[in-house]
Design a binder for this molecule. Structure first.
Ligand SMILES: [Zn+2]
Length: 750
């Protein structure tokens, strides 16, 4: 309103119209500097070129480049030379990490018939890199323990805790058995973890064609989906405890870092585990008898799915080389002109399981084009106010090794200077997906409004909005900003957000190019250029989006965090956990009633016996008042900050342009830090953020207000009450941090 009045006045007096176009203003900028910024951003967005993106991908994915391979190092050196060629100051930082590779893998069905699993992904004639067998890492799960086990087989569906409740009802135990779980519905590392908790002695994970094979579409090379012998490699490190090098939790894995003995490592699996293709899984599943698998457990193989145990009996033997390997992070730095001690960090990993055209090269090439663009702008006279750090991480696939070790090695500087971390990983066609700290939600909306979707020519924001309206209805129509998701884990933002409390974002395009080559030898240049972002226009869009975000953060007078959307989101999370506690209680009360009534026995088919679930103690009511008090503190201080910001940006932000804002920005950076507790989450001290964490039993999937939510989910009521008090205090601390920034801002623009 006020801006409109000034605009009219300015027109009448023939003065420059400072606030003429609210679309032209940028949060954290005076109007003059917003105009300059927009000019630089427009120049930047014209630079990324699909021709370069394609050439980079062809080069980086030409050979297998996992940790420890010659081409991993070669790629790092090539990236370094490129960055230097763009005029950037870059270097390679090396760490030494534990990286097991297979020495022996064998899997046989020994009863009632015999079958030996192939455990190999064959060459596809038209795909030139699929034949590089000498350099390919075999199919395996990294950080599985060695083992030699023979036991009856049990099919456990996804292998998540609910599936074991169903097995109990079917009267099936996995104690002493080898389980076979299908990929999907949880991060893979959860499957052996839960299996071991239930007494299993081995674990197989297979790719059912229902999830990413012929049930979804044509298989490779006719289509993008997983062929019969394609299998998914992947880490099974217990990353919800901590990611990074297993031998050096909490510190950088430098040459002389103190290392744990292997026997003290707490993130290996407890049982041997191996991934297999559906070609190898079918004979095993076909040999199972016992109860029929519940309807929802059945996949798309042409067999009748049974649970077991047996008569199928399998022999699984695994041995690994427990070697230490060097990893190579490639890091470029553009020093800030005004606030060199405030870092905007941008990263994507460069290592792959095999050739990795989609994961991670499709994202890494966007970052490389961003680097070229920023290098070109520097030559034209652009000077970011803040320091920009561009990072190509190594060792992501095994356990976020490169980013975690770097973040741990530089933790003192990062806790002081880390303002924002922007991550990407694989990229494809479709919609912009954004997840991250909600203090950045408003900012990210502003960026998405300025990027054109290459195929529809709408803005990427408009497409996101329409997609949300199509799915959830009206809120996306009326709310000023689209909501962004919260971050769990699964890529390199984890150490920045969860260990350090640096506001973080993950972004990428996708949704219109599904496939089934994830972590297989077929994720390569041939597949990508036939089935994914084949003309690299979404690679360009990612470079434009992430690059614009980096520049807009690096150039602003005031860091553009927003606490209004953040507080709104916290409000929702608090409502969520209250509802969760109520639902849990109601469910237990109702189920106990049904057990007393004899319902389970009465409705059971006597010829297909099922076990009734056990009665449970009714949970106490929890006291959510500390969270409510924390929320009120956030609401009050956010309102005050918004008022101070509105005052500072009056009249086109002249006061903002004049003021010394170093102390304000320093205080603003500390707000995300205030959301962490040094003691971390219950039983996992590495995870310090109290708003976001990957779930202890989901692995990648996020748990918001994790300490509270997980203690309710795990029915630990006393712990839940304690954690509510702690997190309530954290919200109050964040309120105080916002208050600190508000006072500093008012002082600065006086
Ligand atoms: Zn990746």
């Amino acid at each position: 309103m006020r801006n409109a009045v000034i605009y009219l006045l300015a027109l009448c007096l023939g003065m420059p119209a400072f606030s003429a176009d609210p679309v032209g203003t940028l949060r954290g900028y005076s109007n003059d500097s917003a105009k300059t910024e927009r000019d630089w951003e427009t120049k930047f967005r014209a630079i990324p070129d699909p021709v370069n993106l394609r050439a980079y991908m062809e080069r980086l994915s030409a050979r297998p480049h996992h940790v420890g391979s010659p081409y991993d190092k070669d790629n790092a050196e090539w990236l370094l030379a490129k960055l230097k060629g763009f005029g950037l100051d870059a270097q390679i930082e090396t760490f030494d990490v534990l990286f097991p590779t297979p020495k022996l893998r064998s899997l046989e069905l020994v009863e009632p018939t015999r079958f030996t699993a192939k455990l190999a992904e064959p060459t596809v004639a038209q795909d030139p890199t699929s034949s590089q067998h000498d350099e390919q890492l075999p199919v395996y799960n990294a950080y599985s323990i060695d083992g030699d086990v023979t036991a009856p087989l049990v099919y456990v569906n996804w292998g998540i805790p609910e599936d074991y409740e169903m097995l109990d009802r079917l009267g099936v135990s996995v104690k002493g058995a080898i389980v076979i779980a299908r990929y999907g519905n949880s991060w893979r590392g959860i499957k052996p973890k839960v299996a071991a908790e239930h007494g299993a002695i081995g674990c197989l994970i297979y790719s059912d064609p229902h999830e990413d094979g012929y049930f979804q579409g044509e298989v490779y090379p006719q289509g993008p989906f997983r062929p019969k012998d394609g299998a998914q490699r992947g880490s099974v490190m217990d990353m919800p405890i901590h990611p990074g090098d297993p031998l050096t939790p909490g510190v950088g894995a430098t040459k002389d870092a103190k290392r744990l003995p292997l026997s003290d490592v707490d993130v290996f699996t407890k049982i041997p585990v191996m991934p297999i293709s559906y070609g190898d899984a079918q004979p095993l599943l076909e040999a199972l008898k016992g109860p029929m698998a519940p309807y929802a457990w059945r996949g798309a193989l042409p067999i009748t799915y049974h649970v077991g145990p047996g008569p199928a009996k399998v022999h699984l033997k695994l041995q690994f080389n427990w070697d230490t390997k060097p990893i190579y992070d490639v890091v470029a730095r553009i020093p800030g002109s005004t606030y060199p001690d405030e870092w905007i960090i941008r990263g994507n990993h460069h290592d792959a399981w095999v050739n990795g055209a989609e994961d991670p090269v499709s994202g890494a090439i966007a970052l490389l084009e961003e680097a070229r663009g920023l290098g070109a702008l520097l030559k034209q006279g652009w000077h970011p106010k803040r320091t920009v750090v561009l990072c190509f991480w190594d060792g992501e696939e095994e356990g976020l090794l490169g980013s975690t070790e770097w973040a741990e090695a530089h933790q003192d500087e990062l806790r002081k200077d880390g303002a924002v971390y922007i991550n990407s990983d694989g990229n494809g066609r479709g919609y912009l997906g954004v997840e991250g700290s909600h203090t950045l939600e408003k900012f990210l909306n502003s960026v998405a409004r300025d990027i054109e979707d290459p195929e529809t020519k709408l803005t990427v924001w408009k497409r996101m909005q329409m997609a949300e309206i199509s799915q959830e209805g009206a809120e996306a129509r009326s709310r000023a900003d689209l909501r962004i998701g919260a971050l769990g884990s699964g890529s390199d933002y984890t150490a920045f957000l969860d260990f350090l409390g640096v506001a973080s974002v993950n972004m990428g395009f996708g949704g219109e190019d599904q496939g089934g080559i994830y972590h297989s030898v077929y994720d390569d240049f041939y597949w990508y250029t036939h089935f994914a972002d084949t003309n690299f226009v979404y690679g360009r869009a990612l470079a434009q989006t992430a690059g614009t975000a980096v520049m807009r953060l690096a150039d602003s007078e005031l860091l553009p965090y927003d606490f209004d959307n953040f507080t709104d989101t916290i409000h929702r999370y608090i409502d969520d956990v209250q509802k969760l506690a109520k639902d849990k209680r109601d469910q237990i009360v109702e189920r106990n009633k049904r057990i007393d009534e004899g319902m389970f026995a009465a409705i059971m088919d006597p010829r297909v016996p099922m076990v009734a679930p056990p009665k449970e103690a009714v949970p106490p009511f929890l006291n959510f008042a500390p969270l409510e008090n924390g929320l009120v503190a956030l609401q009050r201080t956010t309102e005050a900050y918004d008022k101070a910001l509105a005052d500072a940006t009056e009249n086109g932000g002249a006061a903002l342009a004049r003021a010394a804002l170093k102390d304000v920005n320093q205080k603003l950076i500390l707000v995300e830090r205030a959301l962490t507790l040094n003691e971390g989450l219950p039983n996992r001290p590495w995870f310090k953020h109290q708003i976001y964490a990957p779930g202890f039993y989901t692995g990648y999937g996020v748990k918001t207000l994790p300490a509270v939510r997980e203690s309710i989910e795990q029915k630990q009521w006393k712990l839940a009450d304690e954690q509510i008090a702690k997190v309530g205090k954290v919200l109050e601390n964040a309120g105080e941090a916002i208050q600190g920034a508000t006072s500093e801002l008012s002082k600065a623009v006086k």
